[in-house]
Ligand binder design. Structure first.
Ligand SMILES: [Zn+2]
Length: 237
């Protein structure tokens, strides 16, 4: 039963490690997805500013063309009324261009910030993808190894479990689950090493004599007793 407990502890430890590694891989994947979304947002914001910049520049160029045309028409005006109208048109055109140029300055400023933010996000994403890739590969390799080890442990467990009485094995499994992976404990100097309580002398005497399966009256674990050797220091802990 001690052998079974050793196998079960390894199984439990390795299964927990598998879960931890799987969770860590999932977290890395989530982190990459998050950073990718952040990068896309930053790029979209930069692209929107870039589009607005081109739009304003096209508008300014268009207005310059119109202004050339107005200046040409200025040479051909025939009366005062036409001159007044054209001058007003030129005035409005200048104002429009001025407003566009002011807006363009704002867009340039914003574009600079957005470009830097997008570059920062892209570079963070590249770094993350590189480190996460190696971290994930490392964990995948460890997982692969653990899964094959677990497979081997399970085969071993079936073999060991088959040698035990069924009722006893069921009892053992219940205690193993309930008692945090310690179902079988040794008795030394009349003390249960599971809970460190001294066993009642009468109970201990019976345990030594009967050599059957008994549970600790205090922690309810399966007690394992073997005749103590003289040189106590040799007993493995
Ligand atoms: Zn106990």
């Amino acid at each position: 039963m001690f052998a079974l407990q050793e196998i079960d502890r390894r199984l439990r430890e390795k299964s927990e490690l598998v879960q931890t590694l799987e969770r860590e891989i999932a977290e890395l994947e989530t982190e990459i997805v998050r950073q990718r979304a952040h990068t896309h947002t930053a790029q979209a914001e930069r692209d929107a500013d870039e589009a607005r910049r081109r739009q304003i520049e096209a508008h300014i160029a268009d207005e310059e063309e119109k202004m050339k045309d107005r200046r040409m028409r200025l040479n051909r005006v025939r009366n005062e009324k036409e001159l007044q109208a054209l001058r007003r048109e030129i005035e409005v055109g200048k104002e429009t261009t001025q407003q566009a140029e002011e807006e363009l300055l704002g867009v340039f400023e914003s574009l600079e910030t957005k470009t830097a933010a997008a570059q920062q996000a892209e570079s963070s994403l590249r770094d993350l993808e590189t480190t996460a890739a190696s971290q994930m590969a490392e964990r995948q390799a460890r997982l692969h190894q653990l899964r094959s080890e677990l497979e081997g442990e399970r085969v071993g467990r079936t073999q060991v479990a088959a040698t035990l009485d069924r009722g006893l094995r069921v009892k053992y499994e219940q205690i193993f689950d309930r008692r945090g992976g310690t179902a079988v404990v040794e008795v030394r100097n009349g003390t249960c090493l599971g809970c460190h309580m001294n066993l009642p002398p009468q109970f201990f005497n019976e345990l030594q004599r009967a050599r059957d399966v008994r549970l600790c009256p205090s922690c309810h674990r399966i007690l394992f007793w073997r005749p103590e050797r003289l040189d106590q220091t040799d007993i493995p802990r």
